[in-house]
Write a protein that binds this ligand. Structure first.
Ligand code: ASC
Length: 128
């Protein structure tokens, strides 16, 4: 699906950047930096849930190239990486449902669970 490995790198960075922008808006609400707004939470969480599916196809064999924080472990321990990506996707899907409940506490709990999956994958597979 990518003509060149560099295209895959660009794609996954773009997808993760957009994901982080929307996740950040949820984080601001979860941390009380901006007031909880159920509609905004639902919209942003839906975007995160949909975006969460996208980066992984761009981590194929041969895409450990160019400027990237992707650690070699992504390819050396690929099953573990896939599992980590699936945990994020599952929690992001639950977060979207939680946001739709309109309940702030439910949303906050699901946000924390999702953030945990971001962090653990970054700890293992993203270079500083
Ligand atoms: C974010 C973001 C991440 C995660 C992570 C959670 O908002 O950009 O990568 O949360 O920091 O620990």
């Amino acid at each position: 699906p990518f003509a060149k490995p560099e295209d895959a790198v660009k794609y996954r960075k773009a997808a993760l950047t957009v994901t982080a922008a929307h996740f950040g808006r949820l984080g601001a609400m979860a941390q009380g930096k901006v007031p909880f707004d159920a509609k905004a939470a639902a919209e942003n969480a839906d975007i995160v849930a949909n975006m969460s599916k996208l980066p992984w196809a761009a981590f194929g064999e041969g895409t450990d190239v160019g400027e990237t924080k992707a650690k070699p472990e992504i390819w050396k321990q690929n099953a573990k990486f896939k599992e980590a990506s699936e945990k994020f996707q599952a929690e992001a899907t639950k977060l979207a449902a939680a946001a739709k409940s309109g309940k702030e506490d439910t949303f906050k709990t699901a946000f924390s669970a999702t953030a945990g999956t971001c962090k653990s994958c970054h700890d293992d597979f993203r270079a500083k």
